[in-house]
Design a protein around this ligand. Sequence first.
Ligand SMILES: C[S@@+](CC[C@H](N)C(=O)[O-])C[C@H]1O[C@@H](n2cnc3c(N)ncnc32)[C@H](O)[C@@H]1O
Length: 332
Amino acid sequence: MNWDAIDWTVLGRLRTDFLSGSAGRRDYWQSESDLASYDATFAQRIGWKWDYVLAELTRRGWVPPVGELLDWGCGSGIAGRAFLDHFGDQSVTALRVWDRSPLAMQFAAKRAREKYPGLEVRPGPREDHSAHGVTRTAFTLLISHVLTELTPEQIEVLMALVPQAQCVLWVEPGTHTVSRRLIAIRERLRERFNVIAPCTHSAPCGMLVPGNDRHWCHHFASPPREIFTAGNWSRFARLTGIDLRDLPLSFLVLDQRPAPLLPAGAGRVIGHPRIYKAHALLLGCDATGVRERKLSQRKLPQEFRALKKSAGEVLRVWAGDEVGATMPLPKQ
Ligand SMILES: C[S@@+](CC[C@H](N)C(=O)[O-])C[C@H]1O[C@@H](n2cnc3c(N)ncnc32)[C@H](O)[C@@H]1O
């Protein structure tokens, strides 16, 4: 990474825009240098969240359909590149990058063409989402870190596009507010799509049951260890006030195709476990709802140790009110 090319003043301005909630009001990409500085820092962190989500999809045995990949609200294009790095550039017929900012589209397209010289990269909107009678073709839609910038009307524009996609992979920050917005979107779409992840089911979201209001569906990705000893990442952390260890995310993956089969009673852990002396409490979700499950050190000593190191498995089969075995999943 070329840290010399980073404009630290721009990073400070972007951080202020993101935090103040003013980022949605106007196009804040003023130059290619803005995008390069973002791409090397904020976007890398977002890329690690995508890596987490894509690894989970592979664990579940999910593979993308062949077709166009559309990165909507692409910014510097990190979501598309994370997807192509994970599944390979042969997994799609073309990459399309779309953003309200022409500068962002140009930047994302340029980076992708440099990285995947054999791939067709198309900046601009899909020709067939303006309902001009053009034949619709299957595509996979990536949406990353846009919800805090969209007005309700702009969300509706996006929601008109979403059902046209065969698959939707949507990653957002792991805050209570944004997670709850994504849950509302899941509820609108779950009759139309199969829910692939993070849920293990397409039933109504258990977070919406009275009594669960304080919870939200969030997860934690891990940044690479090297960044903790890198001076420039420390400078980035100081400038932005971001804790580098913390990578909370919300996500939603939908597919018009049938979901890969999971074992009966499959469930998923949400958020961080609460660890006590001889047991831990994990917020667990499955088709019957969201509630805490106990993992006892005596019954699952290895698992308990893994939890203490933040390395617990999130896909599980419950044993009543207790955490049971790690979910057996398709071998890769
Ligand atoms: C925080 S950035 C995220 C960029 C990229 N998706 C990522 O994950 O790094 C939000 C992006 O959404 C774009 N955006 C905001 N409102 C939009 C709209 N109404 N239509 C299309 N793009 C929009 C912005 O220009 C910006 O590039």
